[in-house]
Design a protein around this ligand. Structure first.
Ligand code: SF4
Length: 334
């Protein structure tokens, strides 16, 4: 392990402390000397909130990456806003998953250790304790993460690199959100500094939430082309990808459909199984386990091959960053 690893994995605490002694200083001292990073971290969080691209190459060095990561975590903890934290966590989650693509075993072991997962090599596979696998394999509809599809030997689950990356990714995501959601009482002088950099983020978050929630009455005519295409496929009894199903549930839920209505719509899909569909719909809409999934952004839908903007003037105008933004504009008759 060396300093370069911190660029991809800035959450490796002891490695970061070895290279950057300033991390051993008090919170007051850290903030006093590193306010520029708070400012930059606030800027990054804001861009992520607005669904604008944040490229890691814009961050110059491993040290900068670590200090920005710590500063972002501090701001998110101070704000205690789940909506903002989840968006940032998703961005880090994506970076982490990408970075591990060709990673060495030694590095994967260190990352796992940091996240409380005991990783070993067994028969050319990665061996994980069953408890860790079960805890972090709850990603919706991912058949790769189904325990039935894994090899179990000597009390461990043997997984390939891709499954391991997914487990680590989910462990990171869930622990990150737990960390920043813990209530912390900051001393007044520190709160004052954090407040200054949090203000613009809080303002954007209120604005975006207002935009997403103020959707008006249910109106199929205001659906964006990507949703129209999926519903058209459903009406023709075509099979839908997992990503399309996920998007369909989150979108219909947000614009006011009841879970029973959504489940009924899935009745036309060839592999419809009511019990499983009910479980999945409840899971996504937060009824089952409490976490409501957000409607994916246009950028995500585009990368999944689910964007059909060519057929639509409003989508082609470049103004639309989110399908609910499209819906709100169309529904308000603008
Ligand atoms: S631009 Fe967005 S709203 Fe329009 S079709 Fe693509 S994903 Fe859907």
């Amino acid at each position: 392990m060396n300093e370069d690893n911190l660029f991809n994995y800035p959450f490796l605490r002891s490695l970061a402390r070895d290279y950057y002694p300033e991390l051993k200083s008090s919170l007051e001292e850290f903030l006093e000397n590193n306010q520029e990073f708070l400012e930059k971290a606030a800027h990054i969080i804001n861009r992520i909130l607005e669904n604008r691209n944040v490229d890691l190459v814009e961050i110059g060095s491993p040290r900068e990456r670590v200090l920005l990561y710590i500063s972002a975590k501090m701001l998110l903890t101070y704000m205690g806003d789940y909506f903002v934290s989840a968006r940032y966590a998703l961005w880090e989650r994506r970076n982490l998953y990408e970075a591990m693509k060709n990673e060495e075993f030694e590095v994967l072991t260190e990352i796992s250790k940091e996240l409380g997962i005991e990783l070993q090599l067994q028969d050319d596979n990665y061996a994980l304790p069953i408890s860790s696998f079960l805890k972090y394999s709850t990603v919706f509809n991912d058949k790769d993460l189904n325990l039935c599809n894994q090899l179990i030997k000597n009390g461990a689950v043997l997984v390939n690199l891709d499954v391991l990356r997914k487990i680590i990714r989910e462990a990171f995501y869930s622990q990150f959100l737990d960390d920043v959601s813990k209530p912390v009482e900051f001393p007044d002088e520190i709160a004052e500094i954090l407040e200054k950099y949090s203000k613009p983020i809080i303002a954007s978050s209120i604005e975006i939430r207002k935009e997403l929630s103020d959707l008006g009455p249910r109106n199929v005519k205001a659906f964006p082309p990507c949703m129209v295409k999926i519903l058209d496929d459903v009406s023709k009894n075509a099979n839908l990808s997992h990503a399309a199903r996920f998007y369909m549930v989150t979108f219909l839920h947000k614009v006011g459909y009841e879970n029973d209505e959504i489940i009924k719509m899935f009745g036309k899909v060839p592999d419809f199984a009511e019990k499983i569909t009910k479980y999945q719909v409840e899971h996504i809409t937060g009824k089952g386990r409490g976490r409501e999934y957000q409607v994916p952004s246009c950028q995500t839908l585009g990368s999944l091959g689910l964007c059909y903007k060519e057929s639509d003037e409003l989508c082609m105008s470049g103004k639309i960053k989110h399908p609910l933004q499209y819906y709100r504009i169309k529904n308000s008759g603008k």
